[in-house]
Design a protein around this ligand. Structure first.
Ligand code: RB5
Length: 150
C-alpha cells in the first residue's frame, strides 16, 4: 500500500521506528515530517497528511504525536478522513472492520514500541467488513460532512 506517515516531536522517535517497519512489510512510505525533535505543532503535519489521504494520493495514513489525540482531532477535520486513535490491537482491528478508518493515530508517549508496531500491522492487515450496517453508519458521517445535515 501507499502510506503517508507524519508526526510532531512527540511522535518523532516512533515515526523513525515505524518507517523501516512499514517498508519491511512491503509498503511504500512517504514521510510528511516533522524532520527534527524540536517542538512543533501537530496540526501542521496532520492536516497535510490527511488532505493527501482524502485526495487518494495515499491508501492510508499513520499519524503519531505524544498522545495521538492532537493528531487524530486535526486529521478528522478533513473531509473524507476517518482517523482512529488506537492503543490496543482489538481497537485497531475493529476500527478497520467497522469504521473503515483510513488513518491511524498513535500516542508515542503512551504505548510501547512493540505495541505500536503490532497495532500498525493489524490495522493495515484488516479489511473493512462492508456489512450494510457499518456502511450505513459511515455514509451518515459522509452525508453530514458534505451537507451539514443529518
Ligand atoms: C506535545 O507536547 C503534545 O501535546 C502532542 O504531541 C500531543 O500529545 C497532542 O495531542
Amino acid at each position: 500500500m501507499k502510506i503517508v506517515i507524519a508526526s510532531d516531536h512527540g511522535g518523532f522517535e516512533y515515526k523513525a521506528m515505524l518507517l523501516p517497519f512499514l517498508e519491511a512489510l512491503g509498503h511504500e512510505v512517504t514521510d510528511f515530517g516533522c524532520r527534527t525533535e524540536d517542538a512543533t505543532d501537530y496540526s501542521d503535519y496532520a492536516i497535510p497528511a490527511a488532505q493527501a489521504v482524502a485526495a487518494s494520493e495515499f491508501d492510508r495514513g499513520i499519524l503519531i504525536c505524544g498522545t495521538g489525540i492532537g493528531m487524530s482531532i486535526s486529521a478528522n477535520k478533513v473531509q473524507g478522513v476517518r482517523c482512529a486513535l488506537c492503543g490496543d490491537l482489538l481497537t485497531a482491528k475493529l476500527t478497520r472492520e467497522h469504521n473503515d478508518s483510513n488513518m491511524l493515530a498513535l500516542g508515542g508517549r503512551i504505548i510501547g514500541p512493540e505495541t505500536a508496531k503490532a497495532i500498525v500491522a493489524v490495522w493495515l492487515g484488516t479489511e473493512f467488513s462492508a456489512a450494510e450496517r457499518h456502511q450505513r453508519r459511515i455514509d451518515k458521517i459522509s452525508t453530514f460532512e458534505t451537507t451539514n445535515e443529518r
